[in-house]
Design a protein around this ligand. Structure first.
Ligand code: CDP
Ligand code: MG
Length: 132
């Protein structure tokens, strides 16, 4: 029986030509799904009682996302350093959030906060086991 999953790579030529956004839109137009509300709620359930939770879930399901597992020694800490503080106003110069985030909610990128969280979040997006 046919499965419900495929792997894609947006290749270096498309990245170089700044086509990531447009290609993602084609994926969506082709019937490939965005993060569902159910998935977004589950992913951020640790924040379920926070005032920003509903808005965050709405934001995270508002368009396509790209999820990836990145590898490097000391990955969690080094990646959090690269992306900067949650609130772009508090992020250090040269970090991704400082350079590109427009608000504390719309802050461009997620990074896991610990090794065990990284494992769980990676499984959440990429495990064969259906969690929901
Ligand atoms: O993403 P990070 O681990 O840096 O922050 P978090 O405290 O785990 O919050 C998760 C996400 O919720 C943030 O990245 C923001 O997108 C959003 N958030 C928000 O909208 N308002 C806040 N006061 C805090 C977080
Ligand atoms: Mg977090």
């Amino acid at each position: 029986m046919a499965g419900n999953r495929t792997l894609t790579i947006i290749k270096p030529d498309a990245v170089e030509k700044n086509l990531i956004g447009e290609i993602l839109q084609r994926f969506i137009d082709g019937g490939f799904r965005k993060l569902t509300e159910e998935k977004a709620k589950e992913f951020y359930k640790v924040h379920a009682d926070k005032p920003f939770y509903n808005s965050l879930v709405a934001f995270m399901t508002s368009g396509p996302v790209v999820a990836a597992i990145l590898e490097k020694d000391n990955a969690v800490e080094d990646f959090r350093k690269l992306i900067g503080a949650t609130n772009p106003e508090e992020a250090e110069e040269g970090t991704i959030r400082k350079d590109y985030a427009e608000s504390i909610e719309r802050n461009c990128v997620h990074g896991s906060d610990a090794d065990d969280t990284a494992q769980r979040e990676g499984d959440f997006f990429f495990s064969e086991l259906e969690k929901l």
